[in-house]
Design a protein around this ligand. Structure first.
Ligand code: SF4
Length: 207
């Protein structure tokens, strides 16, 4: 847990910059807490910083970030209007997958970010962030399907980096990102009749 309970995103980012709660603190260059609009209706959550992010301290700063910008632009959404963060705030060595212990250690920061930004829509980018909310279903069977989590609409999509390695995924990403604008249009409509609801079960990434 953070050393104190931050009241603002700025305070939380300072707290993250000093964090040594997992071994990633030993190998990181910069922490990458998050970026964007602190009052955003839309929060995007990726996996972990990569090399460019570790150097700049900004999430999605490399090629995957350029694709993310394009996906947002195609959906008519300015990056400056959303808040973007990752499950982990420090880069795993050699861009390996996050470990469960690291996700556990870092989770309180993400939980506070969600609480402070208070978005109406969360777009999970890739399987790790989706598993935070719905650990018992796979991303491949769930992408593009909106679910309710504690009153927030969760839209799971593939990680943009996946489309860099497998371009056939890009049309699916474009299609799924288009749903964000529809969700925002529905923001004031309290009926969630078309949204699947599942309980928030415990994180279980590796089953
Ligand atoms: S990954 Fe998270 S828990 Fe680990 S050192 Fe960085 S900020 Fe702290």
């Amino acid at each position: 847990m953070p050393n104190f309970e931050p009241n603002t995103i700025s305070e939380l980012e300072i707290n993250i910059s000093q964090c040594t709660k997992c071994d990633l603190a030993k190998t990181r260059n910069l922490t990458v807490p998050g970026d964007g609009n602190y009052n955003a209706n839309i929060m995007l959550i990726g996996e972990a910083p990569g090399s460019n992010e570790d150097k700049t301290g900004k999430p999605f700063a490399g090629r995957a970030g350029s694709l993310l910008d394009e996906l947002l632009m195609r959906s008519g959404i300015e990056r400056s209007k959303v808040y973007i963060t990752n499950m982990l705030k420090c880069r795993p060595p050699s861009n390996r997958d996050p470990q469960l212990s690291e996700i556990s250690a870092c989770q309180p920061y993400l939980d506070l970010q969600i609480s402070l930004v208070d978005p109406s829509v969360i777009v999970t980018l890739g399987r790790f962030s989706f598993a935070k909310f719905f650990p018992q279903v796979t991303l491949s069977e769930s992408r593009g399907i909106v679910r309710d989590w504690k009153g927030i609409k969760i839209l799971p999509v593939y990680h943009p980096a996946a489309a860099l390695y497998n371009p056939s995924l890009k049309p699916k990403l474009i299609q799924d990102f288009q749903k964000i604008t529809t969700l925002l249009a529905e923001k004031d409509n309290t009926s969630l009749s078309n949204i699947q609801t599942q309980p928030n079960t415990q994180l279980n990434l590796f089953e």
